[in-house]
Design a protein around this ligand. Structure first.
Ligand SMILES: NC(=O)c1ccc[n+]([C@@H]2O[C@H](COP(=O)([O-])OP(=O)(O)OC[C@H]3O[C@@H](n4cnc5c(N)ncnc54)[C@H](OP(=O)(O)O)[C@@H]3O)[C@@H](O)[C@H]2O)c1
Length: 339
């Protein structure tokens, strides 16, 4: 039986581990379960088995601490205890191929088709001694001259010398509607606002060329951050307002602003404040709605709020609100880019 390899051959084990295997991912309980058979001593076997057999303990010790396979082995092993029984094929199969990291493009290709901006945050409060594959590497690239890098910025055979990185662009269906006259609602707290910076830049460039500027549909942006200091693109939003005037409206939710007296304000709250307008835009004006950001809480919260708003628009009829929301989705007017 032959297998297609995803890495170039011949390759040294060091290069394979460093550049092609997903060594930094949080290790799963299943993999640790399979690893028990290769433990170098009865003690480590017992320790690993304890973890594998206790779901809650595994979550607390491994998953919540984002422990990768090598960090787990390091933690569990006694000093100088090598794991010589682990077959390399086991590592190849369990770790798998290093996956690309995706970021939304936060600029318009009308401005420059050969340049794409991205935005990302690095949470320095995470006290887990964890450095992933991409964002911190990008940060290192920026400070690559001060000699304090955690990443090998040269790449295999020096391929990335001179601040280079392997990147590619994936086609996206998260795009502005071609019809310029339709109003659009954009909802993106945190770095979820990234693609909307590109959308608005795009519309500004189109707006400047429009003879009848009145024709352009309004752009409504709902974004947010923990507090004013965290908010990104503030100056740009001001510039957008200067250019677009009443064609651009922005509302910002600060979730941890002392001025709110401990009360969290989320983008959903801002939508509710404008529920009449939102209902009208969606039902009567056929606007498109875009949501970008966290998939766990935010996007679910936003869809629930929109259903409530549409129900209110329909005189408090939840069934009708739900139907309208489903129609928005199936009609290709509700766009999500969440993870
Ligand atoms: N960078 C990109 O290009 C890009 C593109 C697409 C998606 N994303 C995703 O976007 C997310 C953004 O992360 P981030 O670190 O910038 O910000 P974040 O952690 O998502 O937080 C941004 C704001 O959202 C608030 N928030 C938390 N739970 C919420 C909920 N249930 N409903 C509404 N708002 C809520 C946060 O408030 P509190 O923390 O105070 O509760 C905070 O004020 C990540 O999941 C990322 O993967 C990023």
């Amino acid at each position: 039986m032959s297998t297609q390899l995803w890495f170039p051959t011949p390759v040294s084990l060091k290069a394979l581990v460093q550049y092609y295997l997903e060594i930094n991912g949080t290790v799963s309980r299943q993999i640790v379960g399979e690893l028990v058979q290769f433990a170098p001593s009865e003690r480590t076997k017992l320790e690993l088995s304890k973890l594998v057999n206790d779901k809650a303990l595994f979550k607390e010790t491994v998953t919540d601490k984002l422990l990768s396979l090598h960090r787990l082995l390091h933690m569990i092993s006694e000093k100088d205890e090598p794991w010589t029984n682990v077959p390399f094929s086991f590592l190849l199969e369990s770790l798998g191929k290093l996956q690309p990291r995706f970021y939304s493009i936060s600029s318009s290709n009308l401005r420059d088709p050969l340049r794409a901006d991205i935005v990302f945050t690095i949470d320095s409060n995470i006290n887990l001694n964890f450095k992933g594959v991409c964002s911190n590497n990008l940060l290192d690239l920026r400070s690559s001259n001060d000699g304090e890098n955690s990443y090998d910025l040269q790449g295999p055979n020096g391929r990335y010398q001179g601040c280079k990185l392997p990147v590619f662009i994936r086609r996206s269906r998260f795009k502005l509607p071609l019809n310029l006259e339709k109003p659009i609602i954009m909802i993106g707290p945190g770095t979820g606002v990234a693609p909307f910076r590109g959308f608005i830049e795009h519309r500004i460039l189109q707006f400047k060329k429009l003879q009848n500027k009145e024709k352009m549909g309004k752009l409504y942006l709902f974004c947010g951050s923990r507090n004013e200091d965290d908010l990104i693109y503030v100056e740009e939003w001001n510039r957008c307002k200067e250019i677009l005037g009443d064609k651009f409206e922005i509302a910002v939710a600060f979730s941890r602003d002392v001025k709110n007296g401990g009360h969290k304000v989320y983008v959903q709250d801002l939508l509710l404040e404008k529920e009449k307008l939102i209902g009208q835009l969606i039902v009567e004006e056929g606007c498109h709605v875009y949501v970008c950001g966290d998939a766990k809480g935010m996007s679910k919260g936003v869809s629930k709020t929109l259903i409530d708003i549409l129900s209110t628009h329909e005189g408090g009829d939840l069934k009708k609100g739900d139907k309208l929301f489903k129609g928005l989705r199936t009609g290709g007017k509700y766009h999500e880019d969440v993870w």
